[in-house]
Design a protein around this ligand. Structure first.
Ligand code: PEP
Ligand code: MN
Length: 272
C-alpha cells in the first residue's frame, strides 16, 4: 500500500503486541473485550464487570459518550459514566476501555481508562486521530462502515505518525447490499490485514450483525480465521439495554462463546 510505511511495515518477523492493562493483544490467546453498549448506572456496570471477570473476560468495555445516529437517542452518561466504568474496572480487576468522540472526551478519559476506542463514525476524524496519536495510550481503531481497508490503514497511519504505536484494529462490519443483518462482517479483512500489517486485528461481531443469535457463530469464525481477539456487547438483561439491545448477549451466552473458543484452540490444529 503506497505511502503507508508505519502501519504496513512487515519487516520484523514477529507480529506487534499491544497491551491493554496486562492483556497482550497479538500474543495472548484470543483475549475478549466485553461489556454493555452503554454504561447505564453505577450498579449496572459493577454487576456486569464482576460477572464478566468471573466468566473469563479480559477487558471491560462500556460506552460513556455515545455517538448515536438519532440525536434523540440516549447519548451516554458522559463524565459520570466514565467514573462508574473506572470504579467497576477497579472492583473487578479488569482494565477498561471506552469510546472517545472528540477532544473533550479524549482528554477527560485519560485519568479513568486503560485504552480508548475510536469508533466507526470517527475513523476519518483526522484531527481526533492526530490528538490520539500524540498520546501514549492504547487505541482500538474501528473500521468505518463505509471505509475501504486502505482508508482504514491510512487512519491508523495518522495515529502512528504522531508517535503512538499502540494501535489495535477492529473490524466491525461494513455496509453492503445485505439487509438482513445490520452490517456485513468482512471476515476476509482479517486475512488482508494479516498480510499487510503487523498490528493486531480483533473482530466486533455484535455491531457487524446486529442480531444476538449470530454473535456466537461469528465469534468462532473470528477465532478460526486468525483474528487476535474479540469485542462483544454483553448485558445482565440484554432486552433492557438502553442501546443496541437486539445485538447484546447475556452472560450465559458469553460463557458459551468462551467455552467453544477454548475447544477450538485446544484442538491444536493449525487454524490458518
Ligand atoms: C460501540 O462500540 O458501541 C459502537 C458505537 O461501535 P461502532 O463505532 O462500531 O458503531
Ligand atoms: Mn453498541
Amino acid at each position: 500500500m503506497d505511502g503507508l510505511s508505519l502501519v504496513t511495515n512487515k519487516t520484523s518477523e514477529r507480529n506487534k503486541v499491544i497491551k491493554i492493562g496486562d492483556v497482550k493483544f497479538g500474543e495472548d490467546i484470543f483475549p475478549i473485550i466485553a461489556g454493555p453498549c452503554a454504561v447505564e448506572s453505577r450498579g449496572q456496570i459493577e454487576e456486569i464487570a464482576l460477572e464478566l471477570k468471573n466468566r473469563g473476560a479480559d477487558v471491560l468495555r462500556g460506552g460513556t459518550f455515545k455517538p448515536r445516529t438519532n440525536p434523540y437517542s440516549f447519548q451516554g452518561l458522559k463524565e459520570e459514566g466514565m467514573r462508574f466504568l473506572s470504579d467497576a474496572g477497579k472492583k473487578s480487576g479488569l482494565p477498561v476501555i471506552t469510546e472517545i468522540v472528540d477532544e473533550y472526551s479524549l482528554y477527560h478519559s485519560l485519568e479513568f481508562i486503560d485504552a480508548v476506542q475510536v469508533g466507526s463514525r470517527n475513523m476519518q476524524n483526522y484531527s481526533l486521530l492526530k490528538k490520539v496519536g500524540k498520546l501514549n495510550i492504547p487505541v482500538i481503531l474501528k473500521r468505518g462502515f463505509y471505509s475501504t481497508i486502505s482508508e482504514w490503514l491510512n487512519a491508523a497511519e495518522y495515529i502512528l505518525y504522531e508517535g503512538n504505536n499502540n494501535v489495535i484494529l477492529c473490524e466491525r462490519g461494513i455496509r453492503t447490499v445485505s439487509e438482513e443483518t445490520r452490517n456485513t462482517l468482512d471476515i476476509s479483512a482479517v486475512l488482508v490485514i494479516k498480510k499487510l500489517s503487523s498490528f493486531p486485528i480483533i473482530i466486533d461481531p455484535s455491531h457487524a450483525c446486529g442480531i444476538r443469535e449470530y454473535v456466537l457463530p461469528l465469534s468462532l469464525a473470528a477465532a478460526v480465521v486468525g483474528a487476535d481477539g474479540l469485542m462483544v456487547e454483553v448485558h445482565m438483561e440484554p432486552d433492557k439495554s438502553v442501546s443496541d439491545a437486539r445485538q447484546t448477549i447475556d452472560v450465559n451466552e458469553f460463557t458459551n462463546i468462551k467455552n467453544k473458543i477454548k475447544s477450538i484452540f485446544n484442538a491444536k490444529i493449525d487454524l490458518v
